[in-house]
Design a protein. Structure first.
Length: 416
């Protein structure tokens, strides 16, 4: 039975809210398909950053208005993040970026680990969810086990889960979605096994966060990391840590700095102006949805974003799959995927393809390994200087998608 959908995604109205989309490059409107590397910033977030800096910035704990205002904007930003992930605001910590936060957390957790303890890492992950744990494992003499990726399906192989997660496992780090090829990983399978051995689950949600609603506790994550610059805001790293674990975290910090959560993880003075831009970015997502609470509106808004983005991504995948010389790197139909498309063109380096896209078509697309180096090596894409990667954001239009598809088709036809 056909279902009628009365809701039309308001892409024209959304585009008006992103000033960067008005940029002209080489005589054409810029087409931003580089969202997996960082989204464009919504105008309300830009304005909030400007307002904070122009009205008087200040450090914390002062007895004057700009200090109190700074503390208030931090509080509001953490409440917005809590609503986004189904957490508590006191479980939210900010930092320079997700990578820096993850190194800080790994050092703190590592204080309690011993030689012979084990950790589990994933072959498909961004190195930010790998190297902080490898570093502490090497320092402590720990054993590192790997969840391997199936080269044919580009999904994680869970058949070995029972043998690599043991009573000695202290932590499992897993990406919610691959930043390189877009595969959405079944985190709950891992977290269920982790709970049986009392292991900590760290979820890298940096790539997933802009594309669908996330409930930290439903995932079974003890620690969840993301970055606001991926979901229409500024460059701020975010860690959402379960309260009991957070309280026990023996963080490295300055002696006079707070020892309570979440402040004890937030070393030094934060980017207050950046933090000012987080709440508006989340409220942009909520503005697309409906509901009684902000959390409900965020969930609803993400559902509309997800449906729209996946429709455009599906069109790209379908059209590119029909082109000779194009190799798509994607999971099968049965596996969940973000609207991220990775591919190569036989006969051209990825860097050259993206240069032509930029200079001739004003289409901005990424090339390289995107720090998913283990996956890149396993799939042998470094010989072409990595993947070509494009991604859909809610501000991308169908016209832009058609322009991109036609540009790839023209490139391929010139190689015949």
């Amino acid at each position: 039975m056909l279902v009628s959908h009365s809701y039309t995604f308001p892409v024209s109205e959304i585009r008006k809210q992103f000033p960067a989309l008005r940029r002209i490059y080489n005589g054409k409107l810029a087409v931003y398909l580089d969202g997996p590397g960082g989204s464009q910033v919504v105008d309300t977030s830009i304005q909030a950053i400007s307002n904070y800096m122009s009205s008087g910035s200040a450090n914390l704990h002062g007895q004057f208005p700009t200090s109190r205002e700074t503390e208030e904007l931090i509080r509001e930003a953490k409440e917005a993040i809590a609503d986004m992930f189904g957490a508590k605001s006191k479980e939210v910590a900010f930092g320079a970026n997700a990578t820096s936060l993850e190194f800080s957390i790994s050092r703190a957790l590592g204080r309690n680990w011993r030689k012979g303890d084990e950790i589990v890492l994933c072959e498909s992950d961004h190195r930010a969810n790998v190297d902080p744990w490898l570093a502490i494992a090497k320092e402590k003499g720990m054993i590192v086990n790997w969840l391997k990726v199936n080269k044919d399906t580009l999904t994680l192989d869970f058949t070995t889960l029972g043998s690599i997660i043991t009573d000695k496992t202290r932590l499992i780090a897993i990406g919610l979605a691959s930043n390189a090829v877009g595969t959405i990983n079944e985190v709950q399978i891992v977290s269920s096994r982790a709970r049986a051995v009392n292991a900590i689950v760290v979820v890298d949600a940096v790539h997933a966060a802009p594309h669908f609603s996330i409930n930290r506790d439903e995932l079974g994550a003890d620690i969840l990391l993301c970055s606001a610059y991926k979901f229409f805001g500024p460059h701020i790293g975010i860690a959402v840590i379960k309260e009991n674990l957070f309280k026990s975290l023996n963080s490295y910090k300055l002696e006079p700095a707070p020892s309570y959560i979440p402040d004890k993880l937030e070393t030094g003075t934060q980017s207050h102006e950046g933090i000012a831009g987080i709440k508006p970015a989340i409220e942009f997502i909520a503005s697309l949805g409906t509901g009684e609470t902000r959390r409900e509106k965020i969930i609803s808004g993400f559902k509309k974003i997800e449906d729209y983005e996946n429709r455009l991504a599906s069109k790209i995948r379908k059209r590119l799959s029909k082109l000779e010389r194009v190799t798509l790197y994607q999971a099968p139909e049965w596996a969940g995927k973000t609207p991220t498309i990775a591919f190569t063109i036989d006969g051209m380096s990825s860097k050259e393809v993206c240069r032509i896209m930029s200079e001739e078509y004003s289409i901005f697309a990424g090339d390289g390994h995107f720090y998913a180096t283990t996956l890149a090596e396993k799939l042998n894409v470094n010989k072409t200087e990595g993947w070509i990667r494009v991604g859909i954001a809610p501000y991308n239009s169908e016209e832009e998608v058609d322009l991109f598809i036609n540009a790839v088709r023209t490139l391929v036809s010139q190689l015949q």
